[in-house]
Design a protein around this ligand. Sequence first.
Ligand code: ZN
Length: 393
Amino acid sequence: MASTFTSKVALSGKSVAVNTKTAAAPRASFVCKAETKTTLKTGVVTGDDFLEVLQHARENEYAIPAVNCTMSPVTNACMEAAMKANSPMMIQFSNGGGIYNVGKGIDNADQKAAIAGTVAGALHVRAIADFYKVPIILHTDHCAKKLLPWFDGLLEANEEYFAKHGEPLFTSHMLDLSEEPFEENLDICKEYLARMSKINCFLEMEIGITGGEEDGVDNSDVAPEDLYSKPEEIYDVYKALMPISPNFSVAAAFGNVHGVYKPGNVKLTPEILGNAQKYIKEKEGLDSDKPVYFVFHGGSGSSREEIREAISYGVIKMNIDTDTQWSFWDGVREYVADKHDYLQAQIGNPDGEDKPNKKYYDPRAWMRSAELATIDRLMRAYEDLNAVGACAL
Ligand SMILES: [Zn+2]
């Protein structure tokens, strides 16, 4: 059951300072109601509570940002942005993010380190998510066939957690078998969805190819026609998975590309998603105009108009990685430029040669600058995704 929370958001009319020293786009400004109520469950949401968030997003035409997290300052910045925007947030870990979370000095034999690091990231979020008073979704990103042992380990962790707490540790997971033959992709997804539905865990699957490069998978030289999914293919996914469980979403290819590149010959074509929705509605004789939950990979560099158009066709989640990698670094870059003369030695700065610099090089000082820059970038994402104040809707 969903419970009602009240959160105070003291952001009315306040705009965030614009950083004039960089060529980057101005920091976001936003307006929120002074007092908001949400009928959505807050803290980590799973199962029916997550389904309620998805339906809420679809009905109100917004999408949830899904941010790749590699360490707790990134995770916390995401949740702080969500609290400020009064909107849901999806925290997602890639396989590489999980490994990083264990420590890069540790060997990842049999994916054991990746499993442990991803679980550790989820437990960190679970321990603190309630403080942020918005729905938090725990998710994992691309899992190709060679990484299935990672996926299996995460499902075991979910099953163990479910046995103790009656819900899975993670809200959902992505399986990306788009590089395999289509039939094999569907068969493996069916098998996993059956297992996941027993513990109320959601599946995100991918068909077609997202261009560009991310986390070691390079699709930057595939044929342009492979970057667009057909309505028939999306309907095949629907027919294969729906009888098992409705708890799935589809990352279809509509000309989306991972990373930020110079404009090329690939054109983002969100109508592809709209055409598929119409096709499935007609074939199945459904009432819903948007029977499929779509997710948007490779949204970096897309215009607000393109993002909003994709949302109008049933996109309920957009991945963000490249742009928050940049913002996190940009915060550090800005800090180092601003405090340069206080960061050259432990003692001695323009205020005196015996003055200590401890408070300037404390990681909490410069890391906070990274967090704040990321929060600003995410506020802009919430605006792009039509999701500012979503919990109050
Ligand atoms: Zn992706």
